[in-house]
Unconditional design. Structure first.
Length: 468
């Protein structure tokens, strides 16, 4: 029966649900029935709910591949201009395929295109890629119109470069489409793609890159359409400082005043959040998506998650294009989340069940797929081959040992996406080869771009050194 998978162990939500032994799991509903026969060949040692990657950017070619090494966030962003020009379909096909191979069936893709004229077309390519891989896609469509390169505007950099270098940089200052044009593009994307395995969302990149008029227009549009908003907020210490200057009443209070805060909003990072801000966000039903390894790699710090949990703020988990080993392994990210926030007391400040609640229940809410019952199959025997006891807590097993290589299957919306470690839907290795060939063909252009990125990088570094 192709509608069922037989599982030696089944636990939809570790830490909440009991582990059932020897059951058939209906792959559409996640419901179970017991299997009495002996000698049955099990399809899976362990079946759990597939976690959601609740914040990401769909990097097929990962950042280090084009020389964008870990750094403080602001100067790291300068090197993103070294991203090779590739086909957005192929780029995200590889990114989504890589994720699906780890057993993750839902992703929040924050699209990085800055050109409103291409956005509708690029969004179609991204949607097609997710559909071809077979995963659920939350598509956060970029919105920005303010202060490129530096908080306070690109002119701030003028003092950090020679007049000759400024004459090279100045013509490259980004220009943005009107608020109306940007919002209309998103309405068009939603008209074409909203529904099924796709949830279209507003994606203001961050308040430091949005004018007040844009933030207010997004709040109003979301109220009218019911569409969700996904936005970076208070990631680096420099953003904290700049936003304090720009919004003397406090950025969170400002967002509250304009009706931006609601259960339809998820904020990514929130590393610099303060207690009063967490209380307001929690009261308004906002969700926080934490990105522990990205926050460490870009030297933003450690988010106040145990405090957020204590104040009732919903927390989800996302990779933000990274992972501790640059490998998009959400299982390791779950482990890091627990270790970073466990504290030093006899009782942990951040309990194991919170990690699973974050990566499944709240992750599904953030991505707009609250009721999905997607399943990940895990090679339990390989992970636990040296166990002396059969009753070791599943939360401990997963948070201590689980990693991408033990994911053996992925079922999304009742369909097999990955089986025995291989995608059933696309030729992943072929797509990787083709993407890399496209990227390498762009290297001659990138050689020139490296000089500009170097100029911008050192100007930004110098500017913020004075700022600190
Ligand atoms: Zn991000």
């Amino acid at each position: 029966m192709s509608e069922c998978v037989t599982a030696e162990r089944y636990c939809f939500l570790p830490g909440r649900d009991p582990v059932q032994r020897n059951v058939r799991v209906n792959i559409r509903s996640g419901s179970t029935s017991s299997v009495k026969e002996s000698g049955i060949a099990w399809d899976a040692g362990l079946v759990v709910a597939s976690p959601a990657n609740a914040h990401d950017h769909g990097y097929g070619i990962r950042t280090l591949g084009f020389g964008c090494a870990d750094d403080a966030l602001e100067s790291w962003i300068a090197n993103l201009r070294l991203r090779p020009r590739t086909d957005p379909y192929l780029e995200t096909l590889v990114a989504f395929g890589r994720l699906a191979k780890t057993g993750v069936g839902i992703t929040m893709h924050c699209h990085n295109s800055l050109n409103v004229d291409q956005l509708v077309e690029e969004a179609s390519a991204v949607v097609r890629a997710a559909g071809d891989v077979g995963i659920r896609l939350a598509l956060s469509c970029p919105l920005l119109d303010h202060d490129p390169w530096t908080y306070g505007g690109p002119d701030q950099l003028r003092a950090s470069v020679t007049p000759e270098d400024w004459s090279v940089l100045e013509p490259l200052i980004p220009r943005y489409g009107s608020i109306e044009a940007q919002l209309q593009a998103i309405e068009e994307i939603a008209r074409r793609h909203q529904g099924g395995l796709v949830d279209v969302q507003y994606g203001p990149i961050g308040p430091q890159w949005c004018s007040n008029a844009l933030l207010e227009a997004i709040a109003e549009a979301s109220r009218g359409s019911g569409r969700r908003i996904h936005m970076h907020l208070l990631e680096s210490p420099r953003q904290r400082r700049w936003l304090n200057e720009r919004f003397p009443q406090g950025i969170v209070t400002y967002l509250d005043d304009i009706g931006f805060l609601s259960p339809r909003l998820a904020i990514a990072h929130g590393v610099q959040l303060e207690r009063r801000e967490i209380e307001i966000l929690s009261d308004r039903g906002v969700q926080l998506v934490s990105n522990p390894s990205a926050n460490l790699r870009l030297r933003s710090g450690v988010a106040p998650l145990s405090q957020a949990a204590g104040l009732g703020l919903d927390v989800a988990l996302g990779l933000d294009g990274t992972g501790t080993d640059d490998d998009q392994d959400l299982w390791r990210e779950m482990r890091l989340m627990r270790m970073l926030h466990g504290g030093r007391r006899m009782e942990p400040d951040y309990q194991a069940e919170r990690v699973f609640h974050a990566s499944t229940v709240i992750g599904r809410k953030v991505t707009g797929f609250g009721s999905s019952t997607d399943l990940t199959l895990i090679d339990h025997d390989r992970m636990c081959e040296d166990f002396l006891f059969d009753d070791i807590a599943l939360t401990e097993i997963l948070l201590t040992r689980m990693r991408a290589q033990y994911a053996s299957g992925l079922i999304v919306d009742g369909n097999w996406v990955m089986r025995e470690g291989q995608l059933t839907t696309i030729d992943f290795d072929g797509a990787c080869r083709e993407l890399l060939a496209q990227a390498r063909a762009d290297v001659p252009r990138l050689q020139g771009e490296r000089k500009i990125a170097g100029l911008l990088h050192s100007a930004i570094r110098q500017h913020y050194q004075a700022f600190e």
